[in-house]
Design a protein around this ligand. Structure first.
Ligand code: SF4
Length: 115
């Protein structure tokens, strides 16, 4: 199967073509550097994204949160169920770990300070 995608790893936006067989990438062309090859292979085999959202604190304020590493795109909805159950109490500081290893070694961390 042939996939065409635009690399988002840098502003050049190379158009990359990936051929897959049995769910594995067997050919990557159009990338200008190794980062693009890795991006394209991951994107067609197991796309990942940084989860960014907000959680309601116990005092009602909304705290921005994110994963510190990309997580499997297919898991995002399930992870949101965990995230939606969180209600941290102030003070919270940027980078505080709210859920250790929420998925594949990625932690859910605070993305802002709430005193
Ligand atoms: S392949 Fe390399 S040069 Fe091209 S957009 Fe991706 S990161 Fe940038």
């Amino acid at each position: 199967m042939k996939h065409t995608l635009t690399c988002v790893e840098c502003p050049m936006g190379c158009e990359i073509e990936v051929v897959t067989e049995n769910g594995a990438a067997v050919s990557v062309t159009g990338n200008s550097c190794p980062r693009g090859k890795a991006y394209a292979e991951n994107e067609v085999v197991c796309p990942k994204r940084v989860l960014t959202t907000t959680v309601r604190m116990t005092d009602g304020r909304m705290l921005p949160v994110k994963t510190n590493l990309p997580v499997k795109k297919a898991e995002l909805l399930a992870l949101m169920q965990t995230v939606n159950g969180l209600h941290p109490t102030a003070p919270v500081h940027i980078g505080d770990v709210l859920v250790k290893n929420i998925s594949d070694g990625a932690d859910l961390v605070a993305a802002d300070n709430m005193e």
